[in-house]
Design a protein around this ligand. Sequence first.
Ligand SMILES: Nc1ncnc2c1ncn2[C@@H]1O[C@H](COP(=O)(O)OP(=O)(O)OP(=O)(O)O)[C@@H](O)[C@H]1O
Length: 575
Amino acid sequence: MKTVFSYAKPYKFYIVIALILMLLELIVELMQPLIIASIIDKGIVAKDQEVIIQLGIVLMALSVIAFVSGIVNSYFAAHASQNFSFDLRQAVYGRIQSFSLAMFNKFPASGLITRLTSDVTMVQQVLYMGLRIMLRAPLLVVGSMIMAFVVNPKLAFYLVIVFPFLLIFLYVMVKKGVSYFGFVQKRLDRVNRIVQENLQAVRLIKAYLRGKYEANRFSEVAGALKVDTVKAFRIMEIILPILLFGMNLSLLAVLWFGAFEIRSGGAQIGELVAVVNYAMRMTGAFTMFSFIIMIFARAKASSERIEEVLLAEDVHEKDEVGEIKAVRRGEVRFDNVSFTYPETLQPVLENVSFHLKANEKLAIMGATGSGKSSLLQLLPRFYDVTEGTVSVHGRDVRDWSLRALRKTIGIVPQQSLLFTGTISNNLSWGKDEVVQEELADAAVKAQIHETVERFPKGYFTRVGQKGVNLSGGQKQRLSIARALVRKPSILILDDSTSALDVKTEAALWEKLDRENATMLVVTQKIRTAMRANRILLLEDGSISAYGTHEQLMKSSELYRQIAMSQQEEEVDEYV
Ligand SMILES: Nc1ncnc2c1ncn2[C@@H]1O[C@H](COP(=O)(O)OP(=O)(O)OP(=O)(O)O)[C@@H](O)[C@H]1O
């Protein structure tokens, strides 16, 4: 909890004021039975009207002080806890933004959402409650006990006899509560995951008529969440009756032995009333304990989950970039690269080596699952190589700052991803301060300008979530334009033209060929590969062939087969 609560440091002032006010409220509360005892013994029993009036006024004044302290404490506690949770949420969000992809393997998106929302809310609550009642209740118990001893040690002794048992019981319950509520948060992760998957695949679910099946899947995880939450609350439910039972036993002992003490002159009536009053206050504080333990247990489990994110070890990043030698700009080199995904055993790339000079184009081909996308992900350092080196502009990618490295690379992913907003917003998304001409220029190159111009609102047409109102080919071309806007010196296209017709694709490549960028293009099409300076054919993560189209037609049986099959397909298309 230490790391999480270090985010409360800037609000020390508010926390200290809230604590002082809480202590003031507590002191007032502890004074009240003493004053009542005096009213009884020195006023009522001694029949002194003046003492009753004077002490009555003091009692009233103390109540007003407690009332005002309570209100101001609440204000300061809310200010500190709300600002603390805002800062903590920002920190967790910032940390997630800096995650490498390997970290997303470790922390699924749904779990991160729960940590950012419900987990942060839990620790915010614990700070607020801590400043309001969580500390006050145990202090009230301890304070009442001390005051009871001050009033009459003998009577107080009967009151605390059950305490050691209650403390052991509470310790066991807190431990159990923390582990149970940790489990509840994990269940919540699963519910979030199913909801997220469902919402993303809503079209597929409708097309496959899987609504009912998915509803059942949801009710299964929601049911598991309910069962575990009930289990955790059960623990909390038994705390209160047991605490009350223990306290009532003490109270009975105080009254029983108190009566003897009064008769034998060991105690006065007022003292007995005061000790009983303290006992009632302790019982009142105990009734809050089950609630406090629940909040504490949940917050502890949540803060552990937040700390997992904040303190997770990730790829090391260099701060300094230094000068890039102009002569090496655009160069890409893989030297004996092998790569295994984190938390898996089987390498997906083995001993891959190639070299591209500035503005050269490499086509990467291979069967599905052969490692094409994995290879591309090593360039912007989404993952680090397991062996060998990947260098960009003549420098190992691990020696770059991630910001500088990624600024130089334009990526068009396999699945086009657009954001809610206008087409213009989407195109300018990857670069600060772009002018409309730059967007249009990139759109012309990506063969999407004319299509956009035909939309009634042109570049200001709104794109729905993930581009729902655009065709697959339109999304792909917008994705390409978005990458071109950044004017990258290295451009990565991961099968990004698969949805384009032959004519549009040819026009696109005409433009891309003239771009001032080194390109790595994953493709399934021989006619696209033929445009590249060299072709790299991957088979199960290893290079099966490497060279120009002509060289591969001579040297690689696999490449020849692919080429032949595509020629036949093209002939079939025209028959
Ligand atoms: N995040 C990941 N964690 C673990 N294994 C992965 C991950 N992503 C991909 N793989 C595995 O790595 C291998 C290569 O996948 P990759 O996506 O690189 O293939 P690909 O050649 O691009 O395939 P496709 O043409 O279907 O996109 C596959 O066996 C896949 O199961």
